[in-house]
Design a protein around this ligand. Structure first.
Ligand code: HEL
Length: 398
């Protein structure tokens, strides 16, 4: 029996839709129950802070909760739907890492081999390995730092451009490297452009083919697409709105773009349902061998309360629970896709606005609502519920 509440959402209003679809429980969860009231409040706050719309979906041991507020389109005022497609930005990086780790399983590539073994002469240092790239420890400069220093004009300059992956890497190589190979974590889209080049070189296929045949089709992710260089999102989707750097300037509809600056670092389209299915499969060990999943979860420190594995972020929440997934920020869309360690609880959320720090912080709150339950903080000095003893090679334990 499916029950759903349908409400009318408007651009300025904060009508929230919520439905709960109970499915027989599989096992008693050890975590606090998701706080769905707080989740709805997060979405309403997101609207007050400038998002035209926001949605979230929690899959918890077979129970599904969805919430939505606001609009998918500021012109038509269509209410945002919990099944709307959207640009997931850097959540794409998990997909790219999974493809490469499957290739490791198939012994077609080695994590600790130099990138240049597979792409001779691409990088100026033979010591940069596949692992360094996937953990953002290559030192390759992030070309998007310059590209989007001015948010709107930077975006408009590349909105319709089509780049080769090599062009993007060359753009990075014009700048000095930021660390020695294997040094500290420094997030850089260049790493996942190199990952895309590796996928193409080792398989002899396009990125679209590899995402589709290895992940999308096996998991029946019917709303997930690699969209490049076409600018047209297929089917029903939420439009995305970029917040200009100048206070008070109108939002820029950024929906249509080639996303060519991102490609294997960020050009996938998906839905909250598909993202939860994907993360649940990954964290549940159904996409790679146990050994490669363990590699993905060898952590390097990545800022307060955060660590990075291979294409995978770990966020340590205020209640002491850690969650695993990725965030995404492409023009017009903020995405949050995280799961519990066993993948049996997952949250996917997005707002159809970007370049808005307050909004981002609010949307990060959906993780607290989904995984920490009622906001009771862990006692001071309390140990995290999970221990993170798996450090990446040559990196100090965090
Ligand atoms: S940035 C991030 C996020 N990642 C990285 C990647 C992605 N997205 C980008 O590199 C695009 C940056 C420009 C986005 C734009 C906006 O907010 O729409 N901002 C500006 O133009 C600011 N001047 C590390 C946040 C991630 O979470 O992994 O996605």
């Amino acid at each position: 029996m499916v029950s759903a509440t349908v409400g009318k959402a408007t651009a300025l209003g904060a009508a929230v839709l919520l439905s709960l679809l109970p499915v027989p429980a599989q096992a008693a969860p050890q975590q606090p129950e998701p706080d769905l009231t707080a989740l709805r409040a997060d979405l309403r706050t997101a609207l007050r802070q400038g998002a035209p719309g926001a949605t979230a979906r929690v899959d918890d041991h077979g129970t599904i909760a969805v919430a939505a507020a606001g609009v998918a389109d500021r012109t038509t005022l269509r209410s945002i739907g919990t099944a709307d497609r959207f640009r997931i930005g850097s959540v794409t990086k998990i997909f790219s890492a999974v493809v490469l780790l499957q290739l490791v399983d198939e012994r077609k590539i080695r994590l600790d081999a130099p990138v240049n073994r597979y792409l001779p002469g691409l990088l100026p240092d033979d010591r940069i390995t596949v692992r360094h790239v996937l953990s953002h420890r290559s030192g390759l400069y992030d070309y998007t730092g310059d590209m989007f220093a001015a948010s709107v004009s930077g975006f408009e300059a590349v909105r319709t451009k089509v780049f080769t992956l090599r062009h993007l890497v060359n753009r990075s190589l014009r700048k000095p490297r930021t660390t020695a190979p294997g040094g500290a974590y420094r997030y850089s889209n260049t790493n996942f452009v190199v990952a895309g080049m590796l996928i193409r070189k080792v398989t002899g296929h396009s990125l679209a083919t590899e995402y589709r045949t290895r992940i999308i089709e096996p998991l029946e992710l019917s709303d997930t697409f690699y969209l490049h260089p076409s600018t047209q999102l297929p089917g029903r989707y939420a439009r995305g709105y970029l917040t200009p750097d100048t206070a008070g300037a109108p939002l820029v509809d950024a929906t249509r773009q080639t996303a060519s600056w991102a490609q294997s670092a960020g050009a996938l389209i998906s839905t909250t349902r598909d993202l939860n299915t994907f993360l649940s499969a990954l964290l549940g060990g159904r996409l790679t061998s146990a050994a490669q999943l363990q590699e993905m979860r060898r952590w390097v420190p990545a800022g307060t309360g955060q660590a990075y594995g291979l294409g995978l972020r770990r966020r340590d929440l205020s209640c002491g629970v850690s969650v695993y997934g990725h965030t995404g920020a492409v023009q017009g869309y903020y995405t949050y896709a995280f799961g519990s360690k066993d993948g049996r609880r997952t949250l996917a959320a997005f707002a159809n606005a970007s370049n808005n720090g307050r909004l981002h912080t609010t949307m990060l709150g959906t993780l607290e609502s989904a995984f920490c339950g009622k906001r009771t903080k862990a006692p001071r000095g309390a140990a995290a519920i999970e221990r993170h003893e798996d450090a990446a090679p040559a990196v100090p334990l965090d």
